[in-house]
Structures are given as C-alpha cells and as structure tokens.
Write a protein that binds this ligand. Sequence first.
Ligand SMILES: CC(C)(COP(=O)(O)OP(=O)(O)OC[C@H]1O[C@@H](n2cnc3c(N)ncnc32)[C@H](O)[C@@H]1OP(=O)(O)O)[C@@H](O)C(=O)NCCC(=O)NCCS
Length: 165
Amino acid sequence: MKNLNKIKIRNAKPSDHQSIISVIIDWWGGRDLRSSVPKLLLIHFSPTCFVAFKNSELCGFLIGFFSQKYSKEGYIHFVGIHPEFRKSGLAKILYQKFYDVCLQDSRNIVRSCTAPINKLSIGFHTKMGFSIEPGPSEIEGVPITTGYLSDKDQMVLFKKILNTR
Ligand SMILES: CC(C)(COP(=O)(O)OP(=O)(O)OC[C@H]1O[C@@H](n2cnc3c(N)ncnc32)[C@H](O)[C@@H]1OP(=O)(O)O)[C@@H](O)C(=O)NCCC(=O)NCCS
C-alpha cells in the first residue's frame, strides 16, 4: 500500500485531459475507454472533477457532474486510480470530495454505473456503500439494467444516499 503523503488533490482542468487520457488503457487493464472521457467534461464540469498528483505524476482522477434534470443528484462518470496507489484509500478521498460538493449544492443522491464485467468496480462501489438498482435481469447474481448508455447496453447501476446529518 502506497503512502498518500504529498499527494495533492485539486479540481481537474481542461489541461489535465492529456494526462488522464494517457493512463486509461493501462489503468483499465487494456480496455480502451478513452472516448468516454472527452475534454469537454473537464471544460464544463471542472468544479465536480478532481485529480490527484504526486509531484508531477497523476495518481488518480474522478469525473463527476451535477444532474440538470434531477436537482438532488450528482453522477460519478469515471474514476481511476494508479495501480500502485490502489487500496490506499485514494478513491475514497476523491469520492468524499465529490460528496462534499454535492452536499454543498443540496444534493444527497449520488449515482454511478459500470459494466457487468467490471467486477472490481462492483466490489468497490458495494464497499463504498452504494446499492445496486434492481433490474429486469441478472448476471452472476448482479442486477442488470438495459438501455442506460445506449438502447441495448447492459449496465450495473449504483446509487448512494448521502448522510446529510
Ligand atoms: C476501483 C478503484 C477506483 C478503487 O480505487 P482505490 O483507491 O483502490 O479504492 P480505495 O482504496 O479508496 O478503497 C475504498 C474502499 O473500497 C474497497 N475496495 C477497493 N477496491 C476494491 C475491490 N477491487 N473490491 C472490493 N473492494 C474494494 C477498499 O477496501 C475500501 O474499503 P474499506 O474502506 O472498507 O477498507 C481502482 O481499483 C481503479 O482505478 N480501478 C480501475 C478503473 C475502474 O475500474 N474504475 C471504476 C469504474 S469507472
């Protein structure tokens, strides 16, 4: 487990795009998901996107945004942590940053989704207190929703209600 000392977290900027894109294939185990993170997300949603750097090395990032349709909801679109920094609590810190901006905007529902093959993400979100939305089918016991990203896709939908205290 890596020491998180000296890691600096700040809002992501459009100029971080190349750093983010360049790690995706590696961090996602060979899956090329680069087109899922267009630069415009960093242009328009910078206040809800975060990057973590140690010196000049990218250690993690979170791409999130506020729902325009649902005033109580925020959506985490993408999160990635450098393989050497995993299981050190860095994703949890980035999620907490996103929860904080949601709560500051009176939003207490956070949603996210992942592909059924991404067991790592399912395990992580479950551990982070997300529930899985019921769906019409299941894959290996995990409820699946069809047609969330496109008409026929199958995704696992996560939801977490934030504690407003
Ligand atoms: C999923 C991912 C973001 C987790 O990042 P991380 O920094 O290792 O997570 P954290 O160390 O903050 O862990 C937070 C909690 O989740 C748990 N956790 C982390 N990875 C887990 C996994 N693969 N399975 C089950 N639980 C996991 C941790 O044990 C911790 O729980 P705890 O607080 O009870 O101890 C990281 O593994 C990753 O980048 N994976 C590749 C990209 C990806 O699939 N992203 C998600 C879909 S967009």
